[in-house]
Design a protein around this ligand. Sequence first.
Ligand SMILES: [Fe+2]
Length: 360
Amino acid sequence: MDLWEIGFKYGDEVYYRCCNPDLGGWSSLYSFTVRQGGLLDAKGRGDDGPARSLPKDGPWPQPRPKIALIADMGIQFGQSTVDSITRFVQSGEVQLVVHAGDISYADDFSLVQHNNSFVWTEYMSIIEPFSARVPYMVGPGNHEAQYKFAAYLNWFHMPHNASQSESPFYYSFDYMGVHFVSMSTEHDFSPGSAQHRWLENDLRKADANRANVPWIFVHGHRPLYCSDILTWLTRCTVEAPRYRANMEGLFHKYKVDVYMAGHNHQYERSYPVYNMTVMSKNYHNPPATVYIVNGAAGNPELNDPTFVPESMAPWRAKNAVTENNGWMLMEVNATALDFKYLFSKNDEVFDRFTITKDKV
Ligand SMILES: [Fe+2]
């Protein structure tokens, strides 16, 4: 269904129910608001409505767009994060949810039950309170790799065609001042690969379009910077340097503002950093990309509160030494990206930082 062709316009509220003839029933009645740059049509073409560029000097839509950022959330232990995000969605504050891989953890059930597709069905029911109301944009993690990503490919149809990507595993889209890039750390992203070529082309165009879309936010499942104790000798000091060798030059060249990952079940953020060198101790006109690990949404492998000492990770600016579930709330305007890290159980703000620019 093309909402533009049948006459919907920005601000309209669309009410719908789903029917499954095989099951003989209707879903509850849900609704969503048609937002500028926030809607994906059934063909996955992305925000192809009219006049979607960002007004530089306003007027900004009210309330300003807020985006929920999560990674690593399963049917076990993820309920508190679902509930927390749903509170923000139902109040109208959160208008988009972005999930950077490890979705449902269905593969963790495969050893005890050959048919584990029920886990995906249950997961989609669990997230329905928010996913029925706002766009839910996902990227693949290592836990989606089972059966050649079959579940991921069948459940999700992200707008890769709209972003000239030949792969369903990586894509980009603009949403109210942010160019979101969902890359796949589960597929080849080394220089010369199809993904690397696509990413460079996409970032080049996005960097040239800052006047309309001032921010570039890249997310992939695996971190380029991490300081976890449990995986220090594997992910953080063996794998992450390989990923940095593949990607960090691109991020720096095209001034990617933020790279967010999950994979490690904890929260930490960096100073603006490039090539392991802290480029600034604040976030005003940052001269390099800021790296975030945001992987504690709730998973069956449990969260990990361990971190190496600060002296071993001097680029680390803040981390959450806790087993609490959490997620990030991002608020956008033309010269500021504001981040909060909230604990899911009570919406308490554990961390807040704001990236600001004098001009786009
Ligand atoms: Fe993972």
